[in-house]
Write a protein that binds this ligand. Structure first.
Ligand code: URP
Ligand code: ZN
Ligand code: ZN
Length: 460
């Protein structure tokens, strides 16, 4: 099948021009003014902006966590992502402590394969680094095309690894050309504060926030960048939320160290006052928690200064019934919130429309940098001849309201209920096929493809 997108304003991380895009099969075959080609389908994109499909490199689909499973599976989660202009997600495989990495890979493949509507990849989360798991790293990078390894400095007693394991893992990953992702908060401090609050009978969601103060993240972020400096391994901090943590990265850049930073849409636009409303605050119980207004300013500035390269979601939805598992104890509320469908529209509305970031920066942090950092560029993350035809046609002026009633994520509340956004995803193409049009998904589960990733580049 061939598609011609006519007269759209094409935005990449660096360009902004009006032209036609001709797609043959799965990829872009020509871009130019007034292309005289015949296509099976023509789309008039006049007055619209046209950008690469979003890539959300931080989602948790069908994930076993805190005694339950996140409520979006690979079908509902990747479909909802497409509705919101995200054509590819990267999910996390979790190693079970004591088991091999390949056993976990097989388990995650059995849940995801043939079930995705949109494209996907995995990071491999290492929860037990030892002489056996060390031997598996090279094959993940060179055979499986999974080149990034996630570590947790928190979730003590569950997912957390210690610094000795971290350093050993970094050396092995560096040797084979991979990247270490980290959830950088101090698990011991958080465990101490959590037990203290519980012991004092302070059990509401507010105490989730008070158990994970800024210092817990700043300390771990600094320790992580020091360990990456020591080992020379490239590092990527997921869901960075606050000034203290970003300052650790700023210091690292002074010694010419490259550390990639991801923040998430919620940390840019929501703040901790949401925890003051008793159990309702459970909707935003996530780790790290929402922060202060001053941290939002730091993060927007960090994006413009090039210190924050990616805006993701950490999409990890739970039904309200699941959140109620913690109604008498904040430490039992499953951590996470839904956002994969909302990220591109919220970032456009709050970032570009409100003039906090440029259109090029928008594409850079939501599409291009995730593709570059995680070894998929230029196949993904840009609009160029030869790239996959993953394309969003977007009306920058259409206003609409976000709501659980109209969203497609498998979760019965929205963290953004009633939020008015300016800008709407109109049409989405994934590898040349029309995925979303007129608020309808035209692809079936199974179309989504596992994307093998290359070794990691340190230059973006
Ligand atoms: O609250 C969160 N972030 N839930 C998902 C797991 C993680 O830490 O990323
Ligand atoms: Zn995390
Ligand atoms: Zn996460």
């Amino acid at each position: 099948m061939s598609v011609l997108i006519k007269n759209g304003r094409i935005i990449t991380a660096t360009d902004d021009y009006v032209a036609d895009i001709f797609i043959q099969g799965e990829s872009i075959s020509a871009i130019g003014k007034n292309l005289s080609v015949k296509a099976d389908k023509e789309i008039d994109a006049s007055g619209k902006i046209v950008f690469p499909g979003g890539i959300d490199p931080h989602v948790h689909l069908d994930m076993p966590f805190m005694g339950t499973y996140s409520s979006d599976n690979y079908e509902t989660g990747t479909r909802a992502a497409l509705y919101g202009g995200t054509t590819m997600v990267i999910d996390f495989i979790l190693q079970k402590q004591g088991n091999s990495l390949h056993a976990a890979l097989a388990e995650w493949q059995s849940r995801a394969d043939k079930n995705c509507v949109g494209d996907y990849s995995f990071h491999m989360a290492i929860t037990d680094f030892n002489e056996d798991t060390k031997k598996e790293i090279q094959a993940f990078i060179e055979v499986e095309g999974i080149t990034s390894f996630k570590t947790f400095m928190a979730y003590k007693g569950a997912l957390m690894i210690d610094d000795r394991q971290m350093i050993g893992l970094m050396e092995e990953v560096k040797k084979h050309g991979g990247l270490i992702n980290v959830h950088a908060t101090n698990g011991d401090m958080i465990d101490y504060l959590t037990q203290k609050h519980r012991g004092e009978g302070n059990l509401t969601p507010l105490y989730h926030y008070l158990s994970q103060r800024e210092v817990t993240e700043a300390e771990a972020s600094e320790r992580f960048v020091d360990m990456t400096n020591f080992t020379g391994c490239p590092g990527y901090i997921v869901h960075l939320t606050c000034e203290g943590a970003l300052n650790a990265v700023r210091n690292a850049t002074k010694r010419n160290q490259k550390v990639f930073v991801e923040t998430c849409i919620q940390y840019l636009i929501l703040d901790a006052s949401l925890y003051e409303q008793n159990f309702e605050g459970a909707k935003w119980v996530m780790s790290p928690p929402l922060r202060e207004k001053k941290d939002q300013e730091t993060l927007w500035a960090g994006i413009n200064q090039g210190l924050v390269q990616v805006v993701a979601t950490d999409h990890c939805p739970f039904m309200w019934e699941q959140k109620l598992m913690g109604k008498d104890d904040f430490s039992k509320i499953p951590n996470g919130h839904p956002a994969v469908e909302n990220r591109m529209e919220l970032l456009y509305s709050e970032g570009v429309h409100k003039e906090k970031i440029s259109l090029n920066k928008y594409v850079e942090v939501a599409c291009t940098n995730p593709a570059k950092i995680f070894g998929m560029f230029p196949q993904k993350g840009t609009i160029a001849v030869g790239s996959d035809a993953d394309i969003v046609i977007f009306d920058p002026n259409e206003k609409h309201i976000l709501s659980a009633v109209s969203h497609h994520m498998n979760v019965d509340y929205s963290g953004y209920e009633g939020w008015e956004v300016t800008g709407k995803v109109k049409t989405v193409l994934l590898r040349g096929q029309i995925a979303i049009d007129n608020n309808e998904c035209l692809l079936d589960k199974g179309y989504g493809k596992f994307i093998r990733r290359n070794k990691v580049s340190q230059v973006i």
